[in-house]
Design a protein around this ligand. Structure first.
Ligand SMILES: NC(=O)c1ccc[n+]([C@@H]2O[C@H](COP(=O)([O-])OP(=O)(O)OC[C@H]3O[C@@H](n4cnc5c(N)ncnc54)[C@H](OP(=O)(O)O)[C@@H]3O)[C@@H](O)[C@H]2O)c1
Length: 256
């Protein structure tokens, strides 16, 4: 018997930014794979929609409105899951945003907002969940970075800096917490259709530019991110830590 288990049966997962887009797809995919899922974002009405989908698979959804840039809200949200579910197995740091200012125009406020939302939030949630993981001697963290954290894109320098930092944070947390049996990996998406990218992907010229550097010649489908997320959350990846998997139709293999 060599086939490891991809099942998340009996697991408790926390997904930030689960109200729409990639976080919503991962939360629902985790439920399909057998996990109960705690859904975090600032907009409760969105979380309720995701919760209804999670429940369709017979799994429990915890609806937890939370601004992930605020330490007290993150701490309380994670403590609430640990208390109600009795444990935490998986944390997905997915909440993110972008303001695509050019470098000379970006303001201090933009820098702070993007850093807090994309990077500081992931660190704070990892710390808060990490305390439980250490106690339990086990846990998984999946950070949603971006192709833009690895190669230079014209999507804004501050966003790129946060996503590059997430890749390095993934490695250093993996180094520190391997001894606690905690695996930390990252997923780096290329373009997927979500509210974040809607306007960009409605621009035919922009889409043609994307496809020109995408060997698979199409935009990704959200479920194509769910497989890698389930893999990193499940026993199938238990000897993998500190890695970033680019789900990019081959974009990052490009040379000339
Ligand atoms: N879509 C792509 O092509 C793509 C490519 C590469 C990387 N990514 C990354 O994938 C992640 C998800 O992106 P997406 O495209 O799914 O974006 P999206 O559709 O805009 O969804 C973002 C989610 O994050 C939540 N969020 C944002 N700020 C938050 C805060 N302060 N506190 C709590 N929740 C917050 C949003 O909910 P509220 O606003 O209601 O709080 C929403 O649920 C992001 O980290 C993004 O950088 C996306």
């Amino acid at each position: 018997m060599y086939l490891p288990s991809f099942s998340l049966d009996g697991k408790i997962a926390i997904v930030t930014g689960a109200g729409r887009g990639i976080g919503q797809a991962i939360a629902i995919g985790f439920a399909e794979a057998g996990a109960d899922v705690a859904l975090l974002s600032r907009t409760e009405v969105d979380l309720k929609k995701t919760a209804a989908e999670v429940e369709r698979f017979g799994r429990k959804a915890y609806i937890i409105p939370c601004d992930v840039t605020k330490r007290d809200e993150v701490k309380n949200a994670i403590a609430l899951v640990a208390e109600e579910a009795g444990k935490i197995d998986i944390l997905v740091n997915n909440a993110g945003m972008n303001i695509r200012s050019r470098a000379l125009e970006a303001t201090d406020e933009e820098w702070q907002t993007i850093m807090d939302t994309n990077l500081k939030s992931a660190f704070m949630a990892s710390q808060e969940a990490g305390m439980y993981f250490k106690e339990q001697s086990g846990g998984r963290i999946i950070n949603i970075t971006s192709v833009g954290g690895h190669v230079a894109l014209r999507t804004g320098v501050v966003y790129a800096a946060t996503k590059a930092a997430l890749i390095q944070m993934t490695k250093v947390l993996a180094l520190e917490w391997g001894q606690y049996n905690v695996n930390i990996n990252a997923i780096g998406p290329w373009y997927f259709r979500t509210p974040l990218t809607k306007a960009l992907l409605e621009d035919e010229e922009y889409v043609n530019d994307i496809l020109a550097v995408t060997p698979l010649k199409r935009i990704g489908e959200l479920e194509e991110l769910v497989g890698p997320a389930v893999f990193f959350a499940s026993d199938a990846s238990k000897y993998i830590t500190g890695q970033t998997l680019f789900v990019d139709g081959g974009m990052t293999i490009h040379g000339f």
